[in-house]
Design a protein around this ligand. Structure first.
Ligand SMILES: Cc1cc2nc3c(=O)[nH]c(=O)nc-3n(C[C@H](O)[C@H](O)[C@H](O)COP(=O)(O)O)c2cc1C
Length: 190
């Protein structure tokens, strides 16, 4: 038996990321916590973020047309939550959260040094959907913490320890339960 509920974004979980963006004119660079972010294309590599037009960060992204998506670790949850409640209109989030703004290689937006993965992005498309604006951005460079990658250049997931978001709750990732294509290989069917 199924229970039908009102239509809502029920694709769960979603990742939790910190978007950093350069300040406009003499403003400080800013950080915004986002749970509505996703991978949308592999070639060219692209991701999406959805930001409400009322956010301080929305104005900064509109001005800069580029940003960095920083992947935080579970142990950084407190600052992730604070960056998602405070506004850059009143807070210097880099300074108050004790984070270091490091230069990115391909965009003007600073990256958050303390985050293990920093994805440098340039906005290619913007769609006004309603409550949120969708930004589709090309990934122009990615920085990884030394030690996050194994000898084959693959991410060590346990060291990454990403945060998942489910209806107002933060969750950590559990155990690995399989690998791509293993079931098809074992079955002998394609
Ligand atoms: C876990 C979490 C996820 C969030 N996801 C989004 C999101 O996807 N889009 C959005 O516009 N705001 C999102 N927010 C709200 C913003 O992070 C929040 O309003 C923030 O204070 C805006 O900062 P700013 O005014 O400096 O831009 C989220 C907040 C939290 C705590």
């Amino acid at each position: 038996m199924k229970i039908e509920r009102k239509a809502s974004p029920a694709l769960l979980p979603t990742p939790v990321v910190l978007l950093s963006v350069a300040g406009h004119d003499k403003e400080k660079p800013n950080i915004i916590t986002l749970a509505w972010a996703g991978t949308v294309c592999s070639d060219p590599p692209m991701l999406s973020v959805a930001i409400r037009p009322t956010r301080h960060s929305h104005r900064l992204v509109d001005a800069a047309r580029e940003f960095v998506v920083n992947v935080p670790r579970a142990e950084q949850l407190e600052l992730v939550d604070l960056a998602g409640v405070w506004s850059g209109a009143e807070h210097d989030k880099f300074a108050e959260l004790g984070l270091s703004a490091s230069p990115a290689s391909r965009v003007e937006a600073p990256l958050i040094d303390e985050c293990p993965i920093n994805i440098e992005c340039v906005v290619r498309h913007q769609l006004a959907l309603g409550a949120h604006d969708l930004y589709l951005a090309e990934i122009v460079a990615v920085q990884y913490d030394e030690g996050l990658l194994d000898g084959h250049g693959r991410v060590r997931t346990q060291r990454l320890a990403p945060i998942a978001y489910v209806e107002g709750e933060y969750w950590s990732l559990g155990e690995r339960i399989g690998t791509y294509g293993a079931a098809a290989k074992a079955s002998g069917r394609r």
